[in-house]
Design a protein around this ligand. Structure first.
Ligand code: FES
Length: 118
């Protein structure tokens, strides 16, 4: 029967230093951004943490879209959604009335369209 031999080094607990595990770039959460244009200007609007209208989200991010009534009647907040249309709620009744056929060309009322991550 062999006796197990211990050395001083084998009895000292060693701390292993390992490099932090980095996530591959493909697994990092991509920030969702909408791109809209209004009156010849382009605005980038990041997805807010909570549900908000596109107009509210834009203002919180200092993207100063033009607007007036905030009730869906004047049409002044109309924007063309270039990217991220899938991040917006379905058009409201007021948007359908105001924009009619323009809805199919990705026009939305910023005061009515709700930005949603779901
Ligand atoms: S601000 Fe008037 S319709 Fe949006």
């Amino acid at each position: 029967m062999s006796e197990k031999k211990f050395t001083v080094g084998s009895l000292i607990q060693q701390q292993r230093v390992t490099a932090p595990i980095e996530k591959p770039l493909s697994e990092e959460k991509e920030e969702k951004v909408l791109t809209v244009s209004q009156q010849g200007k382009t605005y980038l609007i990041k997805m807010p943490a909570e549900k908000k209208t596109l107009l509210e989200a834009a203002f919180e991010q200092n993207q100063l879209l033009d607007y007036k009534c905030q009730k869906g009647t004047c049409g002044r907040c109309e924007v063309h959604v270039t990217t991220g249309n899938d991040l917006l709620s379905q058009p409201t009744e007021k948007e359908r009335e105001k924009l009619a056929e323009a809805l199919s060309s990705q026009k939305r009322l910023a005061c009515q369209a709700v930005v949603s991550s779901n």
